[in-house]
Design a protein around this ligand. Structure first.
Ligand code: Z5A
Length: 209
């Protein structure tokens, strides 16, 4: 049995995370590596209910700190019920967004104190960190254009944000990658999907047993 690895995908809206996450699982499947594909916020039935609360544009105000707490509430459920058990079974876990999203969106985008985010991360994750993070980076205008062409239904609380908000999120992601270059691999997501996958494959080759 191979040792489970925890891989996360990050990036602004429309960067191609969901598309690439599926391709990563196919790549693992071809190598007979068992993998679980999941996402945040969400990933389990209960955590998906928290996702609905945090994404819907309801009547009531949700402060940036409350939003952060909800992200970590969903994460706690997800880690305990899905991520940790899968890793313990020796599976790889491919997760569309994780705590770097909180650092970038709530920290960078909304100005939440990074000390609060790191304190919650320690409590909720109990030492669990991704072995590898693929940061799909592209200009904000391109990400929003791609997301718009695919969007069905009304915009959620994040899709309704301004370009300036996403510029702050992108800058925060790139700063995280600058600080943690061994874990966070910046992928040029503005390229065609096959070229994006060539960059991703090169990173995965370095991880495979
Ligand atoms: N959020 C947060 O604030 N804090 C947190 O801690 C967490 C999340 C965990 C929901 O996330 C929101 O939650 C998110 C941040 C917040 N909101 N935003 N923004 P989500 O991941 O579910 O939603 P999302 O970021 O909006 O995902 P997305 O729009 O689905 O984007 P994506 O997964 O990166 O892209 P995609 O669906 O794979 O691709 C978009 C389109 O582009 C699609 O038509 C593809 O076929 C196309 N595509 C993909 N790659 C390419 C390339 N290379 N070339 C051309 N076209 C491409």
């Amino acid at each position: 049995m191979t040792e489970g690895r925890f891989i996360t995908l990050e990036g602004i809206e429309g960067a191609g995370k969901s598309t690439v996450a599926r391709r990563v699982c196919e790549w693992l499947d071809r190598r007979a590596i068992r993998a679980t594909l999941t996402r945040e916020p969400g990933g389990t039935a209960l955590a998906e209910r928290v996702r609905q609360i945090v994404l819907e544009r309801g009547q009531e105000r949700l402060s940036a700190v409350t939003e952060t707490l909800l992200m970590f509430a969903a994460r706690g459920i997800h880690v305990e019920n899905l991520i940790r058990p899968a890793l313990e079974r020796g599976e790889w876990v491919v997760c569309d967004r994780f705590t770097d999203a909180t650092r970038a969106y709530q920290g960078g985008g909304r100005g939440v104190d990074p000390a609060l985010i790191e304190s919650l991360a320690r409590q909720v994750q109990g030492g669990l960190e991704p072995a590898c993070t693929l940061l799909l980076d592209l200009p904000v205008s391109m990400g929003l254009e791609r997301a718009k062409s695919r969007q069905a239904g009304p915009a959620d609380r994040f899709e309704a944000e301004t370009q300036a908000f996403f510029e702050r999120v992108r800058a925060a992601y790139l700063e995280l990658a600058r600080r943690e270059p061994r874990r966070i691999h910046v992928i040029d997501a503005s390229r065609a999907l096959e070229e994006v996958m060539r960059q991703v494959d090169a990173v995965l080759e370095g991880l495979a047993p």
